[in-house]
Design a binder for this molecule. Sequence first.
Ligand code: FRU
Length: 330
Amino acid sequence: MPTPIMRLIAPFALILIITLAACTAPTSGPTGNETPRRWRIGMSQANNAEPWRQAMNEQIAAAAARYPQIQIEFTDARQNNAQQVADVEAFLRQGIDLLIISPNEATPLTNVVAQVFQRGIPVIVLDRKVRGDQYTMWIGADNRLIGRKAGEYTARWCRENRRSPCNVIELRGLEGSTPAQERGDGFREGIAGNADVRIIASQNADWLAERAETLSRMMFDANPTVDVVYAHNDPMAIAAFDVAQDQGRDTDAILFIGIDALPTPDGGIQAVRQRKLDVTYVYPTGGAEAIEWAIRILEQRETPPREVILDTEEVTGANADTVWQKYGGR
Ligand code: FRU
């Protein structure tokens, strides 16, 4: 015989049991009868306006489309740190299961990334880094290595072309973004083997073709002899080439180096094939890898490596056609 008190609590006990069962039941399983779990992923992009970042977003979207359980939302910080902090805070308010972020600059984005991580939400940092270790993993290519390869290429080219001194102008990426620092440092290591190589001018063009156009014009005007243009990305290298051509310089006598090697009509591989650039380096976006790792973290509960380093490739006139085919140039 149930006592009055038992009768009183029975409905509540039933609700509690049902709730507990719902919480512990697998959301998807071998029978396939349960509702599959959906994952909300926030993708915080530093700036949508640059072609390489558009490629990154496209690769993320294409990879995510293979997983119907992923719901992904992109934000565009338009190269503004405060905006990107606000974008991530908004993701936190809305609730996300995982954050992918390609931070505009390292220091200003470090705290907000740490906040997300400390709430137990996995964070995949892509391409540009943040400071410290408050994130789950970083995916990107080795920018110091790329810079060093560009420097070694320069050192060799200057020697082979008997340029002494060999005058380099450098167009740098946004200073607070880690690839700018690393591509600059690596280049300096690479040229160290040839004392004739001198960086005679170095300007910060923030990764942007328009700024590179103005700044390279000023640098060319101030320096009658320029042997090498080293730009931290292809859009800036191509802008400098156009300026040199516009000024009636002998562009065949100048070594133009860029980085990114996008397989698009305006990208670096095509610029090498058109003999605007002499060399560029493949800088993979890591978009597909970020989604693969997101799934492994969320569904397989894997502990990822701290870093996944993506391969690069040197692209010159000798292999540009092959590389173009390889990356599905269009
Ligand atoms: C685009 C870009 C690329 C470059 C990367 C470095 O914003 O400037 O051209 O390789 O960012 O983070």
